[in-house]
Design a protein around this ligand. Structure first.
Ligand code: GDP
Length: 471
């Protein structure tokens, strides 16, 4: 328009819109301002690939006009450090692959498939629950079920609680593997009690969570665990469209000296074939070769198959979703547009409310959950804040505590917030350095408090649009 921003803001103020230079301008408002300033304005919209893609990726399987087939469940193993995740994962892998390979598998593997009693299960090996949250924050939510490993001799630990919060936020069934049952001096009842206190009620106590006693070290109970996973999968009926162009997510990626960029991925639906044109994050290309978890070449990869894809233009980010397209030029264009837009675009497409101010700016009159993560210095503080938050009543907003814990804000908290659009309340604690950096990168708001009432006051003020910006 050739006018300074200040002029536009003045017009907006006259219309009762209290905006800053950083607020987006709706079409209607833009036209109105133009009229008042006597400027001829024509609005053209760029065709937005991302929107079309998101629509496609968000389509339900039932919307495709093809038969749905059973697919193997995709399982992620989470748990407190040293409770035996790696041992369990190795145990499952080595006892359920063909003999010639047993023992020879030591290198890290992002995902693999095993067969048990003729049924397949796919395991995703994330390097921890923060990484699990990161994948969700990127929109690559591939997990169907979570195995929560809890060492029977150690019980529920802080990271166990973080894992539970991540699992719940993801809304997937949890199966508890009560590990190290070979050890003497374990107190199962204590562990079960602690689990119940964190909302994991064992089925033997009338709840809906299966607790399987295992020893990853000796292998006892591992078959039981696999059977329970298959049974749960059967109940959940994981079905998907097969006869469609493939879609999935990249779990990890790396540059292979001989093979070029490799995207370690999981097919979510459809069948991926050699020669398919693929778009994946900022990468695109034709599938030149595919390898399974045992480095065997594949020509096709169906739903729930872990597959390493070669043939992409560059190394895509972990958590990027991939899908097959018809036209290589279009795939290139998407990759280039994404590269130009960069990180901001990723944040924009995710669209979650990330700060108190924006949450309330986007109110639409319906009842909305305001997800919160609560970190504080002592259990007493947490209790007190929760008590205060529970008293909070409002027609339009429901406060929802996704996770609470004693200690500084860590990376797990930030990823949980990023993937759930939550705000982090830090009471008498600060964020760990890396978490702080991550929060600003992910656009997650960490609000620090020293006085309990200020927490609810701020929420109330934000609702009235009166919240002063944080310094
Ligand atoms: P992670 O950090 O959760 O991956 O735990 P690891 O798999 O590395 O296991 C930590 C330690 O616990 C290792 O020394 C394992 O040998 C030991 N461990 C794992 N599972 C069992 C088990 O079932 N019984 C016993 N006694 N030790 C176990």
């Amino acid at each position: 328009m050739g006018r300074p921003a200040r002029d536009l803001i003045t017009v907006m103020f006259k219309h009762g819109e209290m905006v800053t230079i950083n607020d987006p301008l709706e079409d209607e408002m833009a036209l109105e301002i133009a009229m008042e300033l006597g400027v001829d304005l024509e609005i053209e919209h760029e065709a937005d690939f991302e929107d079309t893609l998101m629509d496609r990726l968000d389509r339900r399987d039932e919307d495709f006009d093809v038969e749905l087939v059973q697919r193997p469940p995709i399982i992620t193993v989470l748990g407190h450090v040293d409770h035996g995740k790696t041992t369990l994962v190795d145990r499952i892998r080595t006892t359920n692959v063909v003999d010639s390979e047993a023992g020879g598998i030591t290198q890290h593997i992002a995902a693999y498939q095993v067969a048990h009693n003729g049924s397949k299960l796919t395991f995703v090996d994330t390097p921890g629950h923060a990484a699990f949250g990161e994948m969700r924050a990127r929109g690559a939510n591939v997990t169907d079920m979570i195995v929560l490993v809890v060492a029977a001799n150690d019980g529920v630990m802080p990271q166990t609680v973080e894992c539970i919060s991540h699992a719940k936020a993801a809304g997937v069934p949890i199966i508890v593997a009560l590990n190290k049952c070979d050890l003497p001096d374990i107190n199962e009842q204590k562990v079960l009690t602690d689990l119940s206190q964190h909302g994991i009620l064992p089925s033997e106590w009338g709840g809906d969570v299966e607790v399987i006693r295992v020893s990853a070290l000796t292998g006892t109970g591992v078959d039981d665990l696999l059977e329970t996973l298959l049974l749960t999968a059967e109940l959940q009926e994981y079905k998907t469209a097969e006869d469609i162009p493939a879609e999935g997510a990249c779990l990890e990626s790396f540059m292979d000296e001989g093979r070029g960029p490799i995207a370690w991925s999981i097919v979510r639906r459809g069948v991926l074939k050699i020669g398919d044109i693929v778009s994946c994050g900022q990468a695109y290309g034709r599938v030149r070769a595919m390898y399974d978890d045992k480095d065997q070449e594949l020509t096709v990869a169906g739903p729930s198959t872990p597959v390493r894809i070669a043939g992409l233009s560059t190394v895509p980010n972990a958590g990027s979703r991939f899908f097959v397209m018809d036209d290589i030029d279009e795939a290139r264009e998407i990759a280039e547009t994404r590269e130009d837009r960069g990180r901001a675009a990723v944040l924009a497409t995710r669209g979650g409310p990330m700060s108190l101010e924006t949450f309330f700016a986007h109110r639409d009159g319906s009842i909305q959950d305001l997800p919160l993560i609560l970190k504080a210095d002592t259990p007493g503080s947490i209790e007190a804040i929760r008590h205060e938050l529970e008293k909070f009543e409002h027609d339009e907003v429901k406060l929802k505590i996704l996770h609470e814990g004693v200690g500084g804000v860590n990376e797990s908290d930030v990823y949980l917030a990023a993937s759930s659009g939550a705000i982090i309340i830090a009471f008498h604690v600060i964020a760990e350095d890396r978490a702080e950096a991550l929060a600003s990168q992910e656009g997650v708001q960490i609000r620090r408090y020293k006085i309990i009432y200020n927490v609810t006051d701020d929420i109330r003020q934000a609702m009235e649009g009166m919240l002063k910006p944080e310094r």
